[in-house]
Design a binder for this molecule. Structure first.
Ligand code: RIB
Ligand code: CA
Length: 315
């Protein structure tokens, strides 16, 4: 069928949750699996949050779920100030009972193997699971149609450190392994995901409280508005992962550049930094396309429309 098969690897996380609300009701894609990865929250909490979100919004088709396990060298830093202790704005979204789930990397391998060259892997968190999937099945990079990753930054301003963006910084070794793999890659960096500012007016455009999606989003987003106000002195928020999903749903809202990228894995100040060879006499081989500019108004409008559709479909 014409809908594109997608696996979403994520670390919910409030902006991951918004992207899931959009993707699971969008008829342009078939979300065959949602695989949890440690990042915003530790692995077990991430697995619980994935299941809790899906149970709460009750999409028409339930995706297969993958369980996260913490990377060997998971850093101490955590994002509770940005996502709440539970990763979902301390909104009290809990699973009834955590179903037995296969490891995320196994789900990724199985789903890609069952539809060679037809799966888009959308990564909204650290690349731990993708690296493990490639180690588990070395042929996998040649069997995935495309990997679209939210992460990194091109013009050098990180978020978790001055040099690095959160997803890449959390597991830089996995990020480097994926960047150096032969699979077709698209990177959606902070440079473009920061261009969309969701003001308080965005809350008014959400589906109504009566819908599952509307009630859920209002609960988790208020934490983010408060965190941006208190921690960053900003009255609008970013939703990096929702913008990255739009790069899959509506790529024409972005301009992409073929680039040669890599990840710093040992820097004292620069660990997790994404580095690009942009010299005129470039030595590195181009290995990905990077979203460099975006039509911010169009993307914001489409995110609102996507969520409105989810609310109508969700009753
Ligand atoms: O740097 C932003 C990214 O880190 C987003 O994916 C957010 O959810 C966090 O994982
Ligand atoms: Ca994320």
């Amino acid at each position: 069928n014409m809908t594109r098969k997608v696996i979403i690897d994520c670390d919910p996380g409030i902006d991951d949750a918004v992207a899931l609300c959009m993707a699971l009701f969008d008829t342009r894609i078939n979300v065959a699996a949602v695989t949890a990865v440690a990042g915003n929250v530790p692995a077990d909490q991430s697995s619980r949050n994935v299941q809790a979100i899906i149970e709460r919004i009750d999409p028409p088709r339930y995706p297969r779920l993958g369980a996260a396990s913490d990377p060997e060298l998971s850093p101490g830093s955590n994002a509770s100030y940005m996502h709440g202790e539970d990763g979902l704005g301390n909104a009290g979204i809990v699973v009834s009972r955590l179903h037995h789930q296969h490891p995320s990397e196994k789900i990724i391998c199985d789903e890609v193997r069952s539809d060679p060259n037809r799966v888009t892997l959308l990564c909204l968190g650290p690349l731990t699971n993708v690296a493990r999937a490639f180690q588990r099945d070395p042929e996998l990079p040649t069997l995935i149609d495309r990997i679209v990753m939210m992460g990194g930054c091109v013009n050098g301003m990180g978020n978790v450190t001055p040099a690095a963006e959160w997803n890449m910084h959390y597991d830089p070794d996995s990020a480097r392994l994926v960047f150096r793999s032969p699979v077709a890659k698209t990177l959606v960096p902070l440079d473009v995901t920061r261009a969309i500012h969701f003001t308080m007016g965005f809350l008014d455009e959400l589906p109504s409280e009566e819908t599952r999606v509307g009630a859920f989003l209002r609960k988790i987003l208020q934490f983010r508005y408060l965190a941006y106000h208190q921690r960053l002195g900003q009255e609008s928020i970013h939703l990096h992962d929702a913008v990255a999903l739009l790069a899959v749903l509506q790529p024409d809202h972005f301009a992409f550049e073929e680039m040669a990228g890599d990840v710093e894995t040992r820097g004292e100040l620069t660990a997790g930094a994404t580095i690009f060879d942009r010299r005129r006499n470039r030595q590195w081989r181009p290995n990905m396309e990077v979203a460099m500019t975006v039509d911010a108004e169009a993307v914001e409008r489409d995110i609102v429309q996507c969520l409105s559709h989810a609310g109508r479909a969700n009753g």
